[in-house]
Design a protein around this ligand. Structure first.
Ligand code: HEM
Length: 149
C-alpha cells in the first residue's frame, strides 16, 4: 500500500489539484447565486424556482463530489511517506484552513435549504461579505502548501 501511494503520488497530486479547482469554483459561485437570489424580492415564483434549481445542481453535482475527491486525494498524500512533515508549521495552518473551507461548504448547504424552504433571513450584503471567506482561506492554503514555512 505504501509503495503504491509513493508510486501514485504525482497522479494523486494532479487529481487533488483538479478536484480543488472544481470545489473552489463552486465555493466562489454559490454565494454569488445567493446574493442574486436574496435580492430578487418581488420577482415571480419562477425566478425563485430557477435559482433553487441552479443552487441544487451546483451543490449536488459539482461541489459535494469535488469536496469529497479533494479530501480523499489529499488524505492519500498525507499517508504517503515523506510528504508531510508534522514538525513544520504549514501542515497545521493548512489543516485549520481546510477545516474552515469544509465548514463554509456546510454553511452554504444550510443556507441553500433555507432558500429552498423560503425561510432565508440573510441579506445580499451578508452573502457578498461571506463570499470573501473562501478567497482568504485559499490564499492561506496555497502559501502553506507551496512556501512550506
Ligand atoms: C481537504 C483536505 C485537504 C488535504 C488533506 C490536503 C492535503 C494535501 C497534501 C498532503 C498535499 C501534498 C503536499 C506536497 O506535495 O508537498 C497537497 C497539495 C496541494 N494542495 Fe491540498 N489538501 C486539502 C485541501 C486543499 C485545498 C482546499 C486546496 C486549495 C484551496 C489545496 C491545494 C493544494 C495544492 C495547490 C497542492 C499542490 C502543492 C504543490 O505544488 O506541491 N488543498 N494537499
Amino acid at each position: 500500500m505504501i509503495d503504491f501511494l509513493a508510486y501514485a503520488y504525482p497522479w494523486v497530486k494532479s487529481l487533488h489539484v483538479i478536484s480543488v479547482i472544481a470545489w473552489m469554483a463552486g465555493l466562489f459561485y454559490l454565494p454569488r447565486l445567493f446574493v442574486y437570489h436574496a435580492e430578487q424580492v418581488g420577482q415571480s415564483g419562477e425566478t425563485h424556482e430557477m435559482f433553487a434549481t441552479m443552487e441544487r445542481r451546483l451543490l449536488r453535482a459539482i461541489m459535494n463530489p469535488a469536496m469529497i475527491a479533494t479530501w480523499v486525494f489529499g488524505l492519500m498524500m498525507v499517508f504517503t511517506p515523506g510528504i508531510v512533515d508534522w514538525q513544520s508549521v504549514w501542515p497545521w495552518v493548512k489543516a485549520a484552513a481546510v477545516l474552515g473551507m469544509t465548514w463554509f461548504h456546510h454553511w452554504l448547504g444550510l443556507r441553500r435549504k433555507g432558500f429552498l424552504n423560503e425561510v432565508n433571513t440573510r441579506s445580499g450584503r451578508t452573502y457578498r461579505i461571506m463570499n470573501e471567506v473562501p478567497t482568504v482561506l485559499m490564499v492561506i492554503i496555497v502559501f502553506s502548501v507551496i512556501v512550506k514555512f
